[in-house]
Ligand binder design. Structure first.
Ligand code: TXA
Ligand code: MG
Length: 345
């Protein structure tokens, strides 16, 4: 089933969505970051259906979406002032805070951990669905496990519509990258997954912030990550990808052109200002936006990867950006897209 709520929320359809959630069914709904595939977080069997629909490994926990701050206390324990401050400063919004879980959250949601990721989306449709259903909603990003998250309804319909009860269209995702995931360890916020809310923004209200070493580095074979999601291949198209970056823009273009050398089966995800300098056929070029507009790049990146993947090329070359501000989140996703096949010159 497909509901179009791009212009406004249809109240009869909303009642139906709430009924589906309370009957243990799975839905796809928009959030401000990426689309989510959700079910009643308090219903083990409903949550199991999410893992099945995505083909998600059972040891990778789901985050739980709530509509107001009171609801957080029913499912998790706020143990420190730092956690409270993060909630007060950034919720609702594109942030997930890992808190000690209460027993009401089934183990399937937390994958056996004693913590649970809590997120309060600012997207009006997401809020309305949670409020009307009157239950917290467990929802990972809506995509087959390992693939880029979906930010366009077209991708959702192709990949997931047949696996869920209803797909709700809220237009393209506004941010385009998943939420910033934070865990407070020894009173210091540690960023496990970077996102729209940057380390600088958190530092401004909290003070010292750490970035988990796995944000840019590959997990070693016997290493246990703070965030289980790090273990798995992620954000990846089927086509092999390579990430190229240099502080010197001309060098970056030269590095890409050297890799292309007349090969027509290469697609380039390039910065808008480089479109005419990259030596491949025009149809093999997909622009991700201007270098200075990181918000646009974040919004475009997953759909660009999906479009590139549909062209049946041998290789996708991707222009990187500076690892600062929102660039930290963009490069975190791209490094994993490319399985760390990264050249910096
Ligand atoms: O923006 C988002 O966060 C989107 C939308 C739909 O809300 N959701 C999302 O969920 O990206 P998912 O499951 O694709 O990513 C959640 C990440 C995973 O890497 C998971 O391992 C990590 O958060 N995570 C979840 N619970 C955790 C926990 N208790 N401790 C550490 N990491 C956790
Ligand atoms: Mg995901």
């Amino acid at each position: 089933m497909y509901y179009n709520w791009k212009q406004s929320i249809n109240t009869d359809e909303l009642q139906n969505v709430s009924k589906l959630i309370n009957n243990g069914e799975v839905i796809v709904f928009p959030t401000e970051t990426v689309y989510g595939i959700g079910a009643n977080a308090l219903d083990t069997e409903a949550v199991r259906k999410i893992f099945l629909a995505k083909g998600r490994p059972s040891d990778n926990p789901l985050i739980v979406h709530v509509a107001d701050k009171e609801e957080i206390k029913q499912i998790a324990v706020i143990q420190t002032e730092v956690e409270q401050k993060l909630i007060d400063s950034f919720m609702p919004g594109p942030i997930t805070i890992i808190l000690k879980k209460k027993p009401i959250i089934p183990n399937i949601v937390s994958a056996g951990l004693d913590t649970v990721g809590i997120r309060m989306p600012s997207n009006k449709i997401a809020q309305k669905i949670i409020k009307t259903s009157k239950v917290p909603i467990a929802a990972p990003s809506a995509n087959i496990s390992g693939r880029p998250s979906c930010t366009r309804i077209l991708d959702i319909r192709e990949e997931l519509e047949s696996r869920v009860s209803v797909v709700i269209d809220g237009g393209n995702s506004n941010i385009g990258l998943e939420s910033t995931v934070i865990k407070v360890i020894d009173d210091i916020p540690v960023i496990l997954r970077p996102g729209k809310i940057t380390p600088e923004q958190i530092e401004e209200v909290i003070g010292k912030v750490k970035i988990d070493s796995k944000v840019f580095e590959k997990l070693l074979d016997d290493e246990k990550p703070e965030s289980p999601g790090v273990k798995y291949r992620h954000y990846a198209p089927k086509t092999k990808c390579k990430l190229i970056y240099s502080k010197d823009e001309n060098k970056q273009i030269e590095m890409i052109n050297n890799l292309i050398k007349g090969n027509n089966k290469i697609i380039v995800l390039c910065l808008e200002e480089h479109k005419n300098k990259i030596l491949v056929n025009k149809e093999n070029i997909i622009s991700i936006g201007y270098k200075s507009k990181k918000e646009t790049i974040a919004r475009n990146i997953y759909s660009a990867l999906r479009d590139a993947d549909s062209k049946g090329a041998d290789l996708i070359l991707i222009e990187g950006v500076e690892k600062s501000g929102l660039g930290i989140a963009i490069m975190n996703r791209l490094l994993r897209t490319c399985e760390y096949d990264y050249v910096e010159g």
